[in-house]
Design a protein around this ligand. Structure first.
Ligand SMILES: [Zn+2]
Length: 502
């Protein structure tokens, strides 16, 4: 089956055919680096990283660009609030973002350009738009004239007149039409020097939309294959990117527009200005979440939902996904016991083992091949990672059942061990397309602490039981051995408590 993806531009699923056969250029709008990234900022990178892996698996050569918006009103305001330079704030927040991407196994980004490093390209596009009569200078600002783009509104499926009517109240006097947007903003007297760039129209800085046009064209060309981003960017950001790009270069901008659903935090009742919201967002900062949950779990959580659907984030949802992920880990541990080898070190897959290895176990091999085929069908159908993960669960169940039936742990039949191990490697290979199961599970400190706590409760309960039945040698052994690990038990009227010494 050929791959189909939903194109926001045409509002339907279309066969995926890149402009140049075998090569794919993909641009995804990145963060505005003024405050620490939260879980919502990780969704796009995780989805498109997995998408790139899948395209590569299908044989495409992919160039993926994610920009960093490091010049913006929000950065200027935040730097002023913190009493630091804008570029210093941007550097600090960007570092945190990159560290989070690494923890989430987002490895496929080829270029991560900063807006501040592409000012000449931005000025050049502004100049060309002015020359074409599609942009005009007004008091040191440069505005794009939306009436210059005949099909303005084609992505958001709104007519330009609706926009003009809707926005008229908000307009400043310096614009010709209410819907016109700034390509270049003149420097204000109180703005710091690091955000004041020289231009033919005086000192100033770029508008947000033009940054993405300049950086996508610089790395992918005037026309490229895929433009991605969150659904909240369709209007006005992406609409404006299309308008200025196609008017400037006279050719179609991105062929496919892919928009991911937004993250919901189960906080419909909390308004953005409510202090509760600020506290909640604090907890959803990626660096904090990564202390609590592994990067693999966060990645698994995001990919378990179809990318166009909203993602509901909550600790309960995460706990449920953790259980799902653990079932795969248990299968890999079982494979290690059966084969005596570390499954994360790789090994032959079912395909590599070949049909001869499955002789006598054809039904199992056939079932695995079916799951594999269905995995690719799900991925080909608008990149349905949630469906594909569902198939991985089924494959894991099939493998576990085979191991049970063949008594894989104790059998002397080496063919069973080889086949079971190969099936596990096939599962790992499919997971790898989603960026999962590449290395042994990392347990964040908080999760380890929780497990230690549960095990201690268990030991304390066993010791109490031993004392109740007067097995004092056993209860003393538990206490002494724990002391050997630096853990002291204290018997109190309300029960036994434990603490670490030193
Ligand atoms: Zn953008």
């Amino acid at each position: 089956m050929a791959m189909r993806i939903y194109n926001s531009l045409t509002q339907q699923k279309e066969p995926f055919e890149p402009l140049v056969p075998g090569r794919v250029g993909m641009y995804v709008c990145g963060p505005t680096v003024y405050k620490p990234s939260h879980i919502g900022h990780a969704v796009g990178p995780i989805i498109f990283d997995a998408f790139k892996r899948y395209l590569r698996r299908k044989g495409y050569q992919v160039t993926w660009v994610v920009n960093i918006t490091d010049v913006d009103d929000k950065l200027i305001a935040e730097a002023a609030a913190q009493g630091c330079r804008v570029d210093e704030l941007a550097r600090r927040v960007t570092e945190g973002y990159l560290a989070a991407l690494q923890a989430l196994n987002v490895t496929g980004i080829d270029h991560m350009p900063r807006a501040s490093e592409h000012i000449p390209e931005i000025i050049d596009i502004c100049r060309r738009l002015i020359d074409r009569g599609a942009a005009y200078v007004s008091g040191g600002d440069v505005y794009f004239d939306v009436t210059a783009d005949e099909d303005y509104g084609k992505l958001s499926h709104r007519r330009a007149e609706d926009q003009l009517a809707g926005l008229r109240e908000l307009t400043g006097q310096e614009k010709r039409h209410a819907g016109d947007f700034a390509l270049w903003k003149a420097a204000k007297p109180d703005e710091p020097p690091e955000v004041q760039f020289d231009s033919p129209w005086g000192k100033g800085r770029p508008g947000w939309h033009i940054e993405c046009t300049a950086m996508s064209v610089r790395y992918l060309g005037e026309s490229f294959d895929i433009h991605g981003g969150g659904m909240d960017l369709i209007f006005p950001h992406h609409e404006n990117e299309i308008a200025q790009s196609e008017t400037c270069f006279g050719r179609p901008f991105a062929k496919y527009w892919m928009h991911n659903g937004l993250t919901r935090f189960n906080t419909k009742k909390i308004s953005k200005s409510d202090p509760q919201m600020a506290r909640l967002m604090e907890q959803l900062v990626l660096s904090r979440l990564l202390e609590k949950y592994s990067g693999e779990l966060l990645r698994f959580f995001v990919l378990a939902t179809h990318y166009r659907r909203p993602i509901d984030f909550s600790d309960e949802e995460m706990a449920a996904r953790q259980k799902g992920l653990e079932s795969f880990y248990r299968l890999f541990e079982r494979a290690a016991r059966i084969s005596g080898r570390d499954p994360y070190a790789g090994g032959e897959t079912l395909e590599q083992a070949g049909p001869a290895a499955a002789a006598g176990f054809e039904a199992f091999a056939e079932a695995c091949a079916n799951h594999q085929r269905r995995f690719f069908e799900q991925m080909d159908d608008d990149f349905n990672t949630g469906g594909a993960i569902g198939v991985l669960f089924e494959l894991a169940t099939t493998i576990n059942r085979f191991m049970d039936e063949q008594r894989a742990e104790t059998t002397s039949d080496q063919r069973v061990r080889r086949l079971a191990s190969a099936a596990v490697q096939t599962l790992r290979e499919l997971g790898g397309i989603l960026g999962l199961f590449e290395r042994p599970p990392a347990r964040p400190a908080a999760a380890v602490d929780a497990l230690v706590g549960e095990l201690m409760e268990l030991l304390i309960a066993v010791r109490a039981e031993a004392r109740k039945t007067r097995q004092f040698a056993l209860s003393d052994m538990i206490r002494d051995r724990l002391a050997g690990h630096g853990i002291r038990l204290e018997d109190r009227p309300e029960g036994t408590v434990w603490r670490r010494e030193g």
